[in-house]
Design a protein around this ligand. Sequence first.
Ligand code: HEM
Length: 363
Amino acid sequence: MQAATRRKPTAFGRILVLLGALLLPLALTASGTAETPEGLPPTMGPPQGNLLMSGNQAEMWRAVRMGISGRVSILDEKAGTLVQSGGEDLRAFRNGPLSSGGGWLLLASVLVVSAFFAYRGRIKIDRGKSGRTVERFTGFERLIHWVMACSFIVLALTGLNMLYGKHVLLPLLGPVAFAELTQLGKYSHNYIAFAFMASVAVMFVMWVSHNLPDRLDVQWLAKGGGLFAKGVHPPAKKFNAGQKVIFWAVVLGGFSIAFSGICLLLPFEIHPFAATFKILNLVGFALPTDLSPLQETQLALLWHGIMALLLIAVIIGHIYIGSLGMQGALAAVTSGQVDENWAREHHSLWLAEHRGEKVGGDD
Ligand code: HEM
């Protein structure tokens, strides 16, 4: 094998900055905690000559820091990467800004929900319960919802354990129990992922026609969905603008998480980033398009983590408003029957349509 030096970290570092921008400003507040190897500045010019043979230790380790690859005659070309310095950048970003930025993001989500609860309390049915119910979701709709919800929660918990477990559970459980739990979690994550993907796909087909944006959404949003004051009930069809936001976050975020997850299940096999960067470069970006399979997989891991943290933060809000936050909402996905007054206040146009009545307005 012939050793040659190759400059990689600068281009890779640029991608990390782009990914980091997604967690701004939280990631920035945490960036001071990023780990970098001592005495090795992150950006340096390309090393010259055959450094491994020069006897100059500093020069040699600088070259190592920047990545060394060679050529191999066997089929697995990845074996030609002797040292991949981008792995150090990945580790620093994952254990630094990604972990702490994500932690702050989840905390912020819980704080926003708590502050909203403190301000508004539980949103009651203004007219009180009528005692009459109407079917909101069929058994099949509820089944899909719960497959998706349960698989998401398992994926979120097992995924968070991969990211934070060594800081949170390892000190509590000790190494043996933690290792066993984490192994079980990792297998669950890999397999339950398929239930999540299938349920998101079915939900998309089932509900997409009710989630297309329309003029009513602007009106609903302008009134804050009636969430901030008693007695305000902007009209809505089957789904209001807030629910549409959740639907699209789950569909698009779920697709992105699932796709990057598949890239991790089949490491080095799928290379979406170089192709995506080529397209982004057409609209003014200057991203590297010559990425090795290893770099593609590293980027998939970071992207998977970032999108997962963002979606978990959104779903915390959804779980709150669907349970503790609003009287009468949970019944829609448990028994499937909601109180008529709840339906009139939160989905007046849907209720009217459901009963074959003439469509009414705000009340
Ligand atoms: C839907 C299909 C999904 C697939 C195929 C999938 C697959 C994977 C795989 C293979 C890993 C492990 C990477 C490793 O071994 O280092 C992983 C990590 C992770 N997953 Fe998923 N996953 C999926 C969905 C989700 C969802 C829905 C969430 C959260 C709601 C999530 C959160 C995470 C997190 C936080 C990590 C840890 C990332 C890290 O260690 O940096 N995943 N996933």
